[in-house]
Design a protein around this ligand. Structure first.
Ligand code: KIV
Length: 261
């Protein structure tokens, strides 16, 4: 069954949680899709994870379209959401609309995500028929302004964040990612909104959870405190590569069964 934005709303109404992962390629998307992951986000974390950048700031629309096409054609059931990269929506609602239309047309994705409190831009996209996921709290594209990777929404900022979440909901966002905010605040926002919240470092009370897939799989060289490793892919790959190298050097690979007559 294809997951749609309405499916997530129904899950929230039934108080059923859902799981989201990032992906940037067809192979992992197909695996996560078949495992029943409800939302696959083509995050601009691709900039860090795939392209080796320090931040997501340099990521371009062309790059997001490239990754987005691969994910969209591989994921049959999951809702595929593409991140709008830094510089593609901040100037005006009309710039946001142009960029979102291009991403939707070229990737065949189901929705886009944009960071920050930008209800006007979200409304412009929703009015044009494009489903939009919001993203509040720690917003990686603003890492320079936020003075690094820091928990957001503490103290008097909590009220502001709640107001921003309500504004995104009123603008028509179908869900909001809450990144690196106190668990109590995320729970309050989740109760206050009709649309689902998706937490990453925001405690257990959000309606859904998301992880960057390389953190979830233990492939990243360092991963944030909030990410649980569900396997140790980095060390398994390193061990396998070492064994392969040793076997090639010793001549024990390939054997006859790997060769043609
Ligand atoms: O780019 C990304 O992977 C994200 C998630 C961390 C939510 O925005």
């Amino acid at each position: 069954m294809k997951i749609r934005t309405g499916t997530l709303a129904n899950l929230k109404a039934k108080q059923e949680k859902f799981a989201c992962l990032t992906s940037y390629d067809a192979l992992t998307s197909q695996i996560f899709d078949e495992a029943g992951i409800e939302v696959i986000l083509v995050g601009d974390s691709a900039g860090n994870v795939v392209l080796g950048y320090e931040t997501t700031v340099p990521v371009t629309i062309d790059q997001m379209v490239h990754f987005g096409k691969a994910v969209s054609q591989a994921a049959k059931s999951a809702l595929v959401v593409i991140d709008m990269p830094f510089g593609s929506y901040e100037i005006s609602s009309s710039q946001a609309l142009d960029s979102a239309i291009r991403i939707m047309k070229e990737t065949s994705a189901d929705a886009v995500k944009l960071e920050g409190a930008r209800p006007e831009s979200i409304k412009a996209l929703v009015d044009a028929g494009i489903p939009v996921m919001g993203h509040l709290g720690f917003t990686p594209q603003s890492v320079n302004q936020l003075s690094g990777f820091k928990v957001q929404g503490r103290g008097s900022d909590a009220e502001k964040l709640l107001a921003q979440a309500k504004a995104l909901e009123s603008a028509g966002a179908f869900a909001i990612v809450l990144e690196m905010i106190p668990a109590g605040l995320a729970a309050e926002i989740t109760r206050a909104l009709e649309i689902p919240t998706i937490g990453i470092g925001a405690g257990a009370e959000c309606d859904g959870q998301i992880l960057v897939w390389t953190d979830f799989a233990g492939l990243s060289d360092r991963s944030p405190k909030f990410a649980k490793k569900y396997l140790e892919l980095r060390s398994s790959l390193a061990d396998a590569a070492t064994i392969y190298r040793d076997e090639v050097k010793s001549g024990s690979f390939p054997k006859t069964e790997h060769s043609f007559d």
